[in-house]
Every structure is written in C-alpha cells, then in structure tokens.
Design a binder for this molecule. Structure first.
Ligand code: ZN
Length: 94
C-alpha cells in the first residue's frame, strides 16, 4: 500500500516562498528540516493514495482554502527556528 502525506509536499513547496520574508532565518539543511517538522506538527496530515492520477488537480482546489493557514504555520515555525536554531554552527558554510 502506498500512501503519501501531501501536506509534506505542500509545506516544502512553500518553504522558500515564506523564507523570502525571513531574511535573518538560517537556510541550512538542519533549520529547513526543523521548520518543515514544526509546521507539519501544527497542520493536519492529508493522506492520499499515490495511485490516484488526478490527485494534484483535486488538491489544487482543496489547497486554495487552506493556503493561508499553511503559510501561517510555516511562518510561525520559521520565527521559532530563527530565534532558536539547533544547527551546529561549525557545520554552516558561510
Ligand atoms: Zn541553520
């Protein structure tokens, strides 16, 4: 059985768009993952059967309604990670 949480893709797709407004937020892999995980923990999962061919068409109409909420959660997560980054500073390439 193949199921997928489409909320994951949606958060990842919107991450860069939201981070564009957080100029002081770190963009390292650790911080990006932390933002994604934090946002996902505050958003309901949206599981779909990955065999469904028209899934994106259906989601498009669905996402329209929840866009604002998802972007808000990513922004909240980015604000938290900006204040409390968990990355190892020695690992960051400047
Ligand atoms: Zn970082």
């Amino acid at each position: 059985m193949l199921v997928k949480n489409n909320m994951e893709s949606f958060v990842m797709d919107n991450l860069d768009k939201v981070l564009a407004n957080f100029t002081d937020c770190c963009r390292c892999e650790q911080c990006r993952k932390d933002i994604i995980v934090l946002a996902l923990n505050h958003l309901p999962p949206k599981y779909t059967n990955s065999d469904i061919g028209d899934v994106y068409t259906r989601l498009d109409s669905y996402w329209g309604q929840e866009d604002a909420e998802i972007i808000q959660e990513i922004a909240k997560a980015a604000a938290i990670v900006t204040k409390h980054p968990r990355h190892d500073v020695s690992q960051i390439k400047k």
